[in-house]
Design a protein around this ligand. Structure first.
Ligand code: MGD
Ligand code: MGD
Ligand code: MO
Length: 708
């Protein structure tokens, strides 16, 4: 029996995939969470968002899984019976044992997702460790969030760590938020407070986005609407203006960059006969030429200026080119390595890179299938260049059917594996396809360490606030029990506390566990403001850029080696026509983008009433596009293309560029008997393609809309 205690306050932070880590102050009464508050600590901005503050309703959700389940009906239908942990684990272990004995571990496909990103109870690490020790298996590769940014940063700067700490923003004279909506997506609890501070001190803020976002409304002086997927053209035209009007930072270009001449030749059309003028870009992206010239001049002349790029424009068919072009523009104007500048890239400032599980670990030895190729791999049963058909699909913390592209293909693909196992807190659309669903604990039920992967020089101790239910276990515990059954020695000889102690001991400047627990928040000893590449600027002889040439590679030697016209060495505008499907289908004239919801983290909390109430799950359509279709505000509409149909209400607005429509991703898929998705899951409509360097092109999709 737990001791009855009067109300106390315990601190922790969420472990979700939203980059930042905020302080949660949890009131506990009688062993139950009574409420959650938040606040700032140690002079940092650590205030939590509505999703963090609503975690009580997630923890105690009626539909939370409390016992292991075994499927009894057809896959996807949702008929399960409860089974004991022993029965479930014995059976799963025996499946794995059989496969291992047959020497065919590559027929095990394990798919970790972004469910939890704390230090120990992470939905990648215990999984990777288990299957890594088991043998050479198959798994997915490619980051849905920022692969385009990552590949661009690696090619251009030789590292993904390209951004500056947020406190730099107050030094910027101009801040351009390009496809970035931090009032909703946060990117750390510090971002918005520093943007507000910059604004108060007179910094101009401009948003370039197809939508008039909350950020544009509340933080920006100017909104520049742009057609989705055309940003590279506009950035190139800005570079053209910069070069033509000789607004470059020439000493910077000479000293720190490689390939400006080749870039200039491309901009001036010497290679292809097409000058990348503002007029050229205007036709493509829908932004007036004068506006492009104005922004180009402002950005080059009002230094320091921060070009802050979101990852969404990079989640397009040639997403890496967007980030390459933005990086090149930042480089030729010398807005890199200075306070108040910023580099468009993969990751911003990371406090303690070696204790977070986000950047892909090198040297994995599994067979890898790109996330957009998984369904092809499952359906083709090994004939897709994969070594073996999938016998066992093992899913941890991932709602893949909902979150991967092309849901209807996904449904067919998930019929193929002989066995599917999923660990989750809820019976998600993906878990409904599993043969065994194993219920996991919630982060409020575990000791852990929370570290921001974007911004913030601090860590938060995650106290186990309450006990998990008797039928719920952590992923690590589940894999430990399987490892025992399979005789895998050394998988886990430590308690959770010992693991955490070992992480802290390996990290310079961290207190020990006891002190950290007592402190709650630990400030890492990182000097601030942190300016990426400051060292390269101040001591270039001893601190080259980690690229082959030691410079910022506007001409990428790594891309040049690929000799792939779709991955050119110079930032280049490639259009949809150059993509895998050729010219766009005229039957589907509207460009659909899918954004991240204020009420969810990806697909999480779509099933939580308190948060669902805050969601805007209407498809945004411009009033001119709505008018031609007889659609009025609030009408139910069908959004469709050759891949499928979804039903959703419409929001008729001038806050989106004509020709584009937008719907938040993450609603749970729910097909009716005509196979129309009444759940409104946008991935029903998006083709499972990838960009040439592996970006996840969820913002390259064409649809038609009509009144339901
Ligand atoms: N509230 C909340 N916050 C989150 C998440 C969440 O689910 N909910 N998810 C977290 C995760 S996993 C990630 S990866 C990040 C994602 O962060 P982002 O990728 O930055 O977020 P998005 O909402 O997809 O897109 C940001 C903005 O880009 C715009 N946009 C879309 N396509 C284009 C385009 O082609 N060009 C231009 N210029 N703009 C475009 C959208 O209209 C939107 O306003 O957010 C994280 N933060
Ligand atoms: N159309 C479109 N699709 C997208 C995107 C988009 O912008 N547009 N964004 C993409 C992006 S950026 C991302 S990151 C992906 C995210 O896709 P996923 O990685 O699938 O993330 P979630 O939808 O949050 O699902 C995570 C699951 O983990 C579970 N979970 C939470 N904590 C734990 C835990 O401790 N253990 C276990 N075992 N499970 C846990 C949750 O209940 C949830 O079901 O979606 C991608 N899909
Ligand atoms: Mo993401």
């Amino acid at each position: 029996m737990r001791r009855t205690r009067s109300a106390e306050e315990i601190t922790t932070t969420c472990s979700y995939d939203c980059g930042g880590r905020c302080l949660l102050k949890v009131r506990v009464d009688n062993g139950r969470v009574a409420g959650i508050g938040t606040g700032n600590r140690l002079g940092l901005h650590t205030k939590a968002c509505p999703r963090g503050l609503a975690q009580r309703s997630v923890l105690y959700a009626e539909k939370r899984l409390t016992r292991p389940l075994r499927r009894v009906g057809p896959r996807g239908e949702g008929s399960f019976e409860p089974v004991s942990w022993d029965a479930a684990l014995d059976r799963i272990a025996s499946e794995i044992h059989g496969i291992r004995e047959g020497g065919e571990t590559e027929s095990i496909y394990f798919v970790p997702g972004s469910g939890s990103l704390s230090t120990l109870h992470n939905t990648y690490r215990p999984v990777g460790r288990f299957f890594g020790m088991l043998g050479r298996c198959s798994t997915t590769r490619g980051d849905a969030s920022f692969e385009g940014a990552l590949q661009s940063s690696l090619a251009t700067f030789g590292t993904p760590m390209t951004g500056c700490s947020r406190d730099n923003l107050v030094h910027s004279r101009l801040i351009v938020l390009w496809g970035w909506n931090p009032l909703v997506t946060r990117f750390g609890p510090e971002t918005v407070p520093y943007l507000l501070e910059a604004r108060r001190s007179g910094t101009e803020i401009v948003c370039v986005d197809p939508r008039f976002t909350r950020t544009a409304r509340k933080l920006a002086d100017r909104w520049i609407p742009i057609r989705p997927g055309t940003d590279t053209a506009m950035l190139l035209a800005m570079a053209y203006v910069t070069a033509k009007e000789k607004l470059m930072d020439e000493p910077f270009v000479d000293k720190f960059t490689l390939g400006f001449k080749a870039f200039e030749e491309y901009l001036f059309g010497r290679a292809d006969g097409k000058e990348k003028t503002p007029q050229w870009a205007a036709e493509i992206c829908g932004v007036e030429a004068e506006e492009i010239v104005r922004l180009a001049r402002g950005y080059a002349l009002r230094k320091p200026a921060a070009l802050m790029t979101g990852w969404a424009p990079g989640r397009t068919l040639f997403g890496e080119q967007f980030h390459r072009a933005a990086s090149a523009l930042a480089a030729i104007t010398g807005n890199i390595g200075i306070a108040g500048g910023h580099v468009a890239g993969g990751l911003d400032f990371v406090a303690a890179p070696n204790v977070k599980g986000r950047v892909p670990a090198p040297g994995r030895t599994h067979h890898e299938v790109h996330i957009t190729e998984l369904y092809n791999a499952l359906l083709s049963g090994g004939s897709h260049g994969d070594p073996l058909p999938c016998e066992l699909l093992y899913i941890v913390g991932c709602n893949l059917l909902n979150q991967h592209l092309n849901v209807n293909k996904g449904r067919r693909a998930l019929m193929k594996p002989r066995v599917i196992v999923a660990h989750d807190l809820f019976l998600t659309p993906t878990a409904r396809y599993a043969d065994f669903v194993l219920p996991v604990s919630h982060f409020l039920e575990r000791d852990d360490i929370g570290q921001p992967y974007l911004g913030g020089p601090y860590s938060i101790f995650m106290n186990k606030v309450v006990e998990p239910g008797p039928g719920q276990k952590s992923d690590l515990e589940i894999f430990s029990l399987l490892a025992d059954r399979l005789g895998m020695e050394g998988y886990n000889n430590l308690s959770d506390e010992q693991w955490l102690e070992s992480f802290l001991a390996a990290e310079a400047g961290f207190p020990d566990l006891e002190l950290f627990r007592a402190q709650g928040v630990h400030l890492t000893e990182t000097s601030r403001p942190h300016v990426a590449f400051h060292e390269q600027m101040s001591r270039p002889d001893t601190h080259p850029f980690p690229t082959p040439s030691g410079k910022i590679e506007i001409f990428s030697s790594r891309f040049a080696e690929l000799r792939d016209p779709k991955v050119p060495p110079i930032p280049t505008y490639l259009s949809e026509q150059d993509g895998p499907s050729g010219a766009p289908d005229k039957r589907y004239p509207l460009l659909l983008i899918s954004t991240h919801s204020r009420a969810r983290v990806n697909s999480q909390f779509d099933n939580i009433r308190a948060l669902k109430k805050m969601a805007d799950d209407r498809v945004w359509i411009h009033s001119s596009d709505a008018k031609g279709r007889g659609i009025q505000e609030g009408d139910m509409v069908v959004v469709y293309n050759d891949l499928g149909r979804i039903l959703t209400p419409a929001r008729v607005t001038d806050g989106i560029v004509p020709g584009a429509v937008s719907l938040d991703q993450g609603q749970w898929t729910m097909p009716d008997d005509q196979n129309t998705d009444v759940g409104g899951c946008v991935n029903v409509l998006i083709p499972d393609r990838m960009s040439p360097t592996g970006a996840f092109p969820s913002n390259s999709c064409r649809v038609q809309i009509e009144k339901a």
